[in-house]
Design a protein around this ligand. Structure first.
Ligand code: CO8
Length: 256
């Protein structure tokens, strides 16, 4: 059993964080496993959407591995490997879904925040309790949480270390859907199926423009939008997508 298990189901690439005895805490083996999964699924044409989830009933991931954290130095902080890994998740070429089953704390929550879409089971609990340990959410949490749910809510959660249940997570926009325990992969599959009927280049560029446009001013974002749209107007998929609508038939996209 490795610390990260991967499996392809249909067009879904499933990445399972697999240290249930430690609530799937993210140690070096998990970091490496996530990186390998990203590399493998990027190059696998069968995989259209990547979903992250946790092994067992209790946790998605309860954070960075605290035993490992005890040895971190200032240089480890500057190297910020986990922050960079989650940057790669956010910038990934294919859409990503976090199917959060149970605790998503610290680095586990930060992994979910780096995904495009977050869904949760009814028992999910989100938190960024790093200040309990004398550190801060340093794998993107200070930035991505406030961008997602607003600065006021994010600061309150980080400073208090309070855990947020699934219903509150839905209400504040931390997740887009809550499903019963055990149904998270089916829900991810349903979302992936919807994405995969779309023009693949349109999906890829829409993700790129929304993500990068969000990091800049509106004028620059609109420029990105215009340029991406101009690219899409030149694609065979645009010809096929529009013609299929007129012909009242499903589009057969080729990603070209
Ligand atoms: N790291 C290592 N082991 C863990 C972690 C963790 N984050 N979380 C849980 N475990 C282990 C426990 O030590 C325990 O192991 P054992 O059975 O050998 O004693 C096992 O998992 C089960 O945990 P508990 O017995 O504690 O289960 P409970 O149901 O009583 O409690 C909690 C569940 C509330 C989730 C509790 O385990 C907890 O508070 N965990 C820690 C949560 C936390 O503080 N997370 C943040 C970690 S720091 C972080 O993520 C920093 C990221 C940014 C910096 C990036 C640097 C790389």
């Amino acid at each position: 059993m490795s610390a990260v298990e991967t499996e392809v189901q249909g067009r879904l690439g499933i990445v399972t964080l697999n240290r249930p005895e430690a609530l799937n805490a993210l140690n070096y083996a998990v970091w490496d496993g996530i990186q390998s999964a990203l590399d493998a699924f990027r190059d696998d044409p069968a995989v259209g959407v990547v979903v992250f989830t946790g092994a067992g009933e209790k946790a998605f991931a309860a954070g960075a591995d605290i035993a490992q954290l005890t040895n971190y130095t200032v240089v480890d902080g500057l190297n910020a490997r986990l922050q960079k890994l989650f940057d790669a998740v956010e910038a990934y070429d294919k859409p990503t879904i976090a199917a959060v089953n149970g605790f998503a704390l610290g680095g586990g929550n930060e992994l979910a925040l780096a995904c495009d879409i977050r869904i949760a089971t009814e028992s999910a609990k989100f938190g960024l309790p790093e200040p309990n340990l004398g550190v801060l959410p340093g794998a993107g949490g200070t930035q991505r949480l406030s961008r997602l749910i607003g600065k006021g809510r994010a600061i309150e959660l980080i400073l208090t270390g309070r855990f947020v249940g699934a219903e509150e997570a839905l209400r504040v926009g931390l997740v887009t859907e809550v499903v019963p325990q055990g149904e998270q992969l089916a829900a991810a599959q349903r979302i992936a199926d919807a994405i995969l009927t779309k023009g693949p280049l349109a999906v890829r560029l829409a993700k790129l423009v929304v993500s990068n446009g969000f990091e800049t001013d509106q004028r620059t974002g609109l420029l990105l939008e215009r340029l991406a749209q101009a690219l899409l107007y030149g694609t065979a998929d645009k010809v096929e997508g529009t013609q299929a609508f007129i012909d009242k038939r499903p589009a057969q996209f080729r990603g070209a």
